[in-house]
Design a protein around this ligand. Structure first.
Ligand SMILES: [Zn+2]
Ligand SMILES: [Zn+2]
Length: 253
């Protein structure tokens, strides 16, 4: 299995995964041109993607789903509630080839299984993902709300993970965000901090790597996020950070 974060953060999310002959895209938060070019830089063709799987209705995850579907012919996998909520967005436009899943249910795509986990994030029907293929498991766990109990056994089962590590509480407290937004981010339906993410990863006894993802621009930075994780988890785990501006590199699982 291989994975590339094409971009990660509140300015747009899109992760490519290839396993067992299936090509999957998770979320459509960067424009079609960028998604196509960034995949092409890894000799991958976006038109050959078998499924576009959407995690939740926030713009940084769903904005360009309609573009990918119409321009590149990608089948969309989404929950009915998420689609209903997002249909008001101007960019989504008319969709065809829509396949519904229920958050919490497993999606089968060829020889790949994608477990979906309902999240308490402040979207209408958010999901996180565990991709199971070739005897390995990869997690895509972002926009989590808080560390809810289903995450612990999920992390314990993983070989590798893209994990939300959104903010540092000190930077958030002293930063420029208005109070209501600070409360939203730290609240039970917002995002998880570097420390919360690191403590969750302590359950990951089989993890080979963790890619710190969905880092805030104002309330975090890659160096600080990595330091916090290494302080809590030591040096045994390999860490990467997913960029808000460029692809992460190609990771194998
Ligand atoms: Zn997001
Ligand atoms: Zn979100």
């Amino acid at each position: 299995m291989l994975a590339i974060a094409l971009q990660s953060g509140s300015n747009g999310n899109c992760i490519y995964v290839e396993a067992n002959g299936a090509r999957l895209l998770f979320d459509a938060g960067i424009c079609g041109v960028k998604a196509e070019q960034r995949l092409r830089s890894y000799s991958r063709e976006i038109r050959k993607v078998d499924a576009l799987i959407i995690s939740h209705d926030h713009a940084d995850h769903i904005s360009y789903a309609g573009v990918y579907q119409r321009k590149f012919g990608l089948p969309i996998y989404i929950t009915q509630k998420t689609l209903q909520k997002a249909e008001g967005y101007s960019r989504l436009g008319k969709l065809s080839n829509v396949n519904y899943f229920l958050a919490g249910e497993e999606i089968r795509l060829g020889n790949v299984f994608v477990q979906t986990i309902r999240t308490p994030h402040d979207a209408v029907d958010g999901a996180a993902f565990v991709i199971c293929a070739e005897g390995k498991k990869l997690g895509i766990l972002t926009d989590l709300g808080h560390v809810f109990k289903e995450l612990v056994p999920a992390v314990a089962s993983l070989d590798a993970v893209f994990i939300e590590s959104n903010y540092d509480p000190g930077l958030l407290a002293g930063g420029p965000y208005p109070e209501f937004l600070k409360r939203r981010i730290q609240g039970p339906n917002g995002h998880i901090s570097n420390k919360e993410a690191a403590e969750l990863l302590q359950a990951g006894i089989n993890l080979k790597w963790a890619c710190l993802s969905h880092l805030s621009e104002k309330n975090n930075n890659p160096g600080l996020a990595l330091r916090t994780h290494r302080e809590i988890l030591g040096k045994s785990l390999t860490f990467y950070t997913a960029s808000r501006h460029r692809p992460s590199g190609k990771f194998t699982v």
